[in-house]
Design a protein around this ligand. Structure first.
Ligand SMILES: CCCCC/C=C\C/C=C\C/C=C\C/C=C\C/C=C/C=C/C(=O)SCCNC(=O)CCNC(=O)[C@H](O)C(C)(C)COP(=O)(O)OP(=O)(O)OC[C@H]1O[C@@H](n2cnc3c(N)ncnc32)[C@H](O)[C@@H]1OP(=O)(O)O
Ligand code: FAD
Length: 672
């Protein structure tokens, strides 16, 4: 098709899909956004940020060289941050830091990531969470006004997971009332911090605190690293970019080292611990791990981040699957839309359901986080271990599932999904990093497992446990949970599986210890099972939260919305029952006949959801500027957009590239 004859109309198949949709799309948008108010606020923010056209690139970001891409990202970050500072924060307040609307809107500006992301994502939250009121009064307005730009440098070349093993030192000098920051080894170089390489002029540095000759463990410090006029690194500071990455190439991830570099005593973030002028160390916090607070905050926000990114990928893949026609299963019949293949529905509908499950669970986790924060402000840290256990496993599972399903969406789009212009590879490269950063998948599940084993021991000792593990009490009675395939029955069976796995882990640890080995070794020998137990626990939490919340949220919705939301949630439960049929056969009374029935119901659900599939992704309500996909735009002009984007490639700037004259011609003429 010639490009000048391209139609601008909405693709006919997509039009028909939209006519088939039998529910009120807006009601589902409200559910996904967390309420009508939130939808209206999001739309207002998107209008403010996007209607000026400031986010538009003349050349696709991916076609630029590394330096130009960074330069362009900085340019747009300045525009976007001005909008955030002057207009968006006015509407949302600081609540926006835990609300995906800022990131969702940022996607229109950055196909990769803003080098300012960690400024708002971690630098500002750490000031809020780790500074005294006096310190906040000094740093927060400057950070929010973008007078200073910050990064969060915790991870080092040698250690990311094991925070207690960090090597950077901050040694207090009472003579000058300063901390001396030092990087004693190559492995102590800070590594990975987003925004650090070239952009930030300040940085939160996590270092081992020494005073009066004693080490008090890791603490955060605010460190000016570059001159505010010239942007030159200060003497004693070595800073740079860590090199090209799988994604995140505009995020400016950096390294940093110190050579006996001095900062004022007041730059220690002193909400949880202080060093007095004479060097006396004073612990303020009631809980040992409150200095890890920013990580808990980000883990909580990442659950909804996972949901939004998966919803984006699902929107692209479902719309494309409605437009794309392929093969001829019946002779003489037209080629079907690929979305009519049940295997395609199997790939995609779980992605839609998972986006809802994670969004709803993320909302619930955010509310739980705020409750725990309120308790802690009143001096009560009792709920922190449960929050840590919950945020750890939900971060691990949501990021891991979301990355896997985004990749599935890419597979579902065949060859065109491999094009960067589909945006699927970029969404994937962003999301797959979330499985690692802010706590690796396995490491975080083991943190949850630690909590679960302790909870099990409490139950065995006849003590009460916190709400998310109360199902263990029933399991301790050894009563077998009888399988039934109502939603509540499936959820109870998942809980029984988790409980049986947790109790088996506790028994295994004891059994190993009976051979004479210590607890730590016995724990290590059980870790494969512990990860699996924590995963089962987390799935039961997601399933229960999704089901309970969707029932509550749709109570006042129109009938067809109720029906389609229930179909999706049921699909989610049955999908995981089938995926984990081995566990169910092992730990519940489910039979082969029950599993066959479940499989049939699953396939019936795919067919029931099919006519509403495009409506369901339309309800995620992504503007084309945010989707940035040739395959997923609202109008379904897939082939036209693929061609238009291809023509923007610098490799199409002329019919003959210079390399022909430099290399190919001499080769073909035998002159090379
Ligand atoms: C203008 C443009 C802007 C555009 C952008 C717009 C908007 C931006 C807004 C939002 C952005 C959103 C997201 C982006 C954010 C970030 C993006 C990317 C960057 C990523 C950054 C990072 O990765 S920072 C580094 C993170 N590092 C980690 O996560 C390290 C992981 N390791 C650990 O957490 C711990 O070391 C550990 C948990 C593995 C073990 O710790 P350790 O001290 O060794 O403890 P123990 O295992 O011995 O346990 C002791 C007890 O402590 C309990 N515990 C451990 N951690 C915690 C905790 N956090 N809270 C509470 N309790 C904890 C543990 O359970 C033990 O308890 P018991 O003894 O009772 O069993
Ligand atoms: C894109 C990106 C952005 C980042 N941004 C920042 C940032 O802004 N600031 C910052 O400070 N950091 C940042 N990080 C670093 C990130 O937090 C760490 O990479 C992450 O915490 C994992 O730590 P690690 O790299 O040391 O992995 P490792 O801990 O070395 O993990 C390697 C492997 O060992 C396993 N493993 C490790 N410990 C255990 C254990 N105890 N038990 C069982 N298995 C174990 C892990 O499961 C994993 O498979 C970023 C990382 C990435 C990829």
């Amino acid at each position: 098709m010639s490009t000048d004859k391209m139609s601008v109309k909405v693709n006919v198949d997509l039009q028909k899909e939209r006519q088939k949709c039998n529910f009120n799309i807006q009601e589902v948008t409200f559910i996904f956004d967390g309420g009508k108010e939130q939808t209206l606020q999001r739309k207002k923010i998107e209008d403010i940020a996007l209607n000026s056209g400031a986010s538009i690139d003349s050349i696709p970001e991916e076609c630029l060289g590394l330096k130009e891409r960074y330069d362009n990202a900085v340019r747009k970050s300045c525009i976007y941050s001005r909008i955030v500072k002057n207009e968006i924060l006015e509407i949302t307040g600081l609540e926006a830091l835990g609300n995906p609307v800022l990131r969702r809107t940022a996607d229109a500006f950055f196909k990769e990531i803003s080098p300012f992301m960690l400024h708002l994502g971690m630098f500002v939250p750490t000031i809020i969470g780790q500074c005294t009121e006096e310190q906040q009064a000094k740093w927060l307005p400057r950070a929010l006004e973008m007078q200073i730009i910050g990064a969060y440098a915790q991870t080092e070349l040698g250690h990311g997971t094991f925070i207690r093993g960090l090597e950077t030192t901050a040694t207090y000098d009472p003579e000058t009332e300063e901390f001396v920051l030092h990087s004693p080894t190559l492995t102590s170089y800070k590594w990975w911090a987003g925004g650090l390489g070239n952009t930030a002029n300040h940085c939160i540095v996590v270092a081992q605190l020494y005073t009066k000759g004693q080490c008090h463990g890791t603490h955060p410090f605010i460190v000016p690293i570059r001159d505010m006029e010239t942007h030159e690194p200060f003497p004693g500071v070595k800073v740079g970019d860590v090199g090209v990455r799988m994604g995140f190439n505009t995020a400016d991830n950096g390294f940093l080292s110190f050579n006996h570099y001095r900062i004022p005593r007041e730059n220690m973030m002193m909400k949880n611990a202080k060093v007095l002028k004479d060097g006396t160390y004073v612990k303020v916090a009631r809980h040992e791990k409150l200095t890890y607070g920013t990580m808990v905050f980000v883990r909580v926000t990442l659950v909804k981040e996972a949901a939004i990114n998966l919803a984006k990928a699902a929107t692209i893949a479902v719309r494309y699957s409605a437009v794309r026609r392929q093969s001829q299963p019946k002779p003489d019949a037209p080629e079907p839309q690929i979305i009519d293949y049940p295997t395609q529905q199997h790939k995609l509908f779980i992605c839609i359901a998972t986006a809802h499950a994670l969004q709803i669970t993320g909302d619930w986790l955010w509310r739980t986080f705020k409750d725990v924060l309120a308790d802690m402000r009143g001096g009560n840290t009792d709920s922190l271990p449960e929050l840590h256990a919950l945020s750890s496993c939900l971060k691990a599972i949501s990021t891991s599932d979301s990355a896997a399903y985004i990749e599935q969406c890419r597979f579902a789009c065949g060859g065109h999904g491999y094009m960067l212009s589909s945006n699927l590879p970029l969404i994937y490269s962003f999301v797959t990093a979330t499985r690692t950063y802010e706590g690796d998948y396995t490491v975080l599940l083991l943190q949850t497992a630690r909590f679960l084993v302790k909870a099990w021991e409490q139950v065995e000792a006849g003590k009460s446990v916190t709400p998310t593990v109360s199902y263990l009490t029933l399991a301790a009675t050894k009563e077998k949970v009888l399988w039934n395939d109502f939603a509540e029955g499936i959820i109870r069976s998942f809980q029984a599986v988790a409980a049986r796995k947790i109790s088996a882990c506790a028994e295994t640890i004891k059994r190993h210890m009976k051979t004479g080995i210590c607890y730590e070794d016995a724990w290590q020998l059980t870790t494969v099972r512990l990860v699996s137990a924590a995963e089962s626990h987390c799935r039961s939490v997601i399933c229960q939260t999704y089901w309970n919340e969707i029932t509550r949220l749709t109570a006042s919705c129109s009938t067809n919305v109720k029906i389609v939301m229930e179909q999706l949630a049921t699909l989610y439960l049955i999908y995981w029952a089938l995926e984990r049929s081995g566990d169910l056969l092992r730990y519940s009374t489910i039979s082969e006949k029950d599993l066959n029935r479940l499989q049939e119901r699953y396939e019936e659900l795919l067919a029931l959801i099919r006519p509403n599939a495009v409506g369901l992704v339309d309800a995620f309500d992504f503007r084309d500027e945010i989707l940035r996909s040739t395959l997923g735009a609202y109008d379904g002009r897939v082939y036209e957009r693929l061609m238009e984007e291809a023509l923007k490639s610098p490799l199409n700037d002329g019919p003959v590239q210079a390399s022909f004259h430099k290399y190919i011609k001499p080769l073909t003429k035998g002159k090379l």
